[in-house]
Design a protein. Structure first.
Length: 248
């Protein structure tokens, strides 16, 4: 029970990786604010409460600063502190560089990069008041390597990896660690576009040395590790969780 008496916010908490993360943290004792735009968010919180886990839902668009401020306030008003911020909300973003509309670029950057920045920005005061904390950003292996035809997404995720280092330096003296996870391909996919081609799932699995694609719980456990005191000497790091895909 690494998160007893700790308060966490998970953005994108109603999504695939977010839901697994919410359950991982709450299962280890955390009080978790499920922060998402999705309509099924309240139902997830109700189900968890019925199981004796501590959770609440807050509707947020992480690309809007006033809403991120309100999200942090909702957690601290409800539970009195903030120990863990998982900035996980994100959307896909395909497009060749020469064909990407500025509006599409700005939408992906607004959620996948600005949204992560705003979470780090506004978690700071609440975490400092409580004597420290841990921030975990969900980047992607597409922040470390690239595929053709996904410029807004790879740009945003690459920026999250380096912003994680930068914010880690800004917050280190305040006892606030800042790390990222870089998930690879998840098994919930039915097909995947890599570059110009649609890759068959069998072919994609064959590119993974571990022999399977990722499960949400694989990512959730890595996030929980980085958020916990087990990672007390780790900051500014981006942890690859991809079954060896990028090691090849
Ligand atoms: N699934 C993958 O293959 C994969 C791989 C690498 C990285 N990631 C990253 O993991 C994170 C979670 O993705 P997922 O696979 O769980 O996807 P998902 O679509 O299941 O979940 C994303 C969640 O974010 C929420 N969201 C979207 N825009 C939002 C906004 N503006 N404000 C608040 N919430 C918003 C959605 O409602 C959704 O619940 C994302 O950052 C994604 O880029 C996913």
């Amino acid at each position: 029970m690494r998160f007893t008496d700790k308060v966490a916010i998970v953005t994108g908490g109603a999504g695939e990786i977010g839901r697994a993360t919410v359950r991982q943290l709450a299962g280890e004792g955390a009080k978790v604010l499920i922060a998402d735009m999705a309509d099924d968010g309240p139902k997830i919180a109700q189900e968890m409460l019925a199981e004796g886990l501590q959770a609440a839902f807050f509707k947020v668009d992480v690309s809007k600063e006033d809403q991120v401020i309100a999200m942090v306030k909702a957690a601290t008003d409800r539970w009195g502190r903030l120990d863990v911020m998982v900035a996980n909300a994100g959307i896909g973003g395909r497009g060749r560089t020469n064909e990407t509309l500025l509006a599409d670029w700005e939408r992906v950057i607004g959620i996948n990069l600005t949204g992560v920045f705003l979470c780090s920005k506004h978690a700071y005061a609440a975490m400092k008041a409580g004597g420290g904390g841990a921030i975990v950003n969900t980047a992607s292996i597409m922040g470390l390597v690239a595929v053709a035809g996904a410029v807004p997404y790879t740009a945003a995720k690459g920026a999250v990896v380096n912003m994680t280092r930068s914010t880690a330096l800004d917050y280190a003296k305040d006892g606030i660690r800042v790390n990222a996870v870089c998930p690879g391909f998840m098994e919930s996919r039915t097909s995947v576009v890599v570059g110009p081609a649609v890759v068959k799932m069998d072919d994609l699995v064959a590119r993974h040395p571990i022999g399977r694609l990722g499960k949400p719980v694989d990512i959730a456990k890595a996030i929980a590790f980085l958020a916990s005191d087990d990672a007390a000497f780790i900051t500014g790091h981006s942890l690859v969780v991809d079954g060896g895909y990028t090691a090849v």
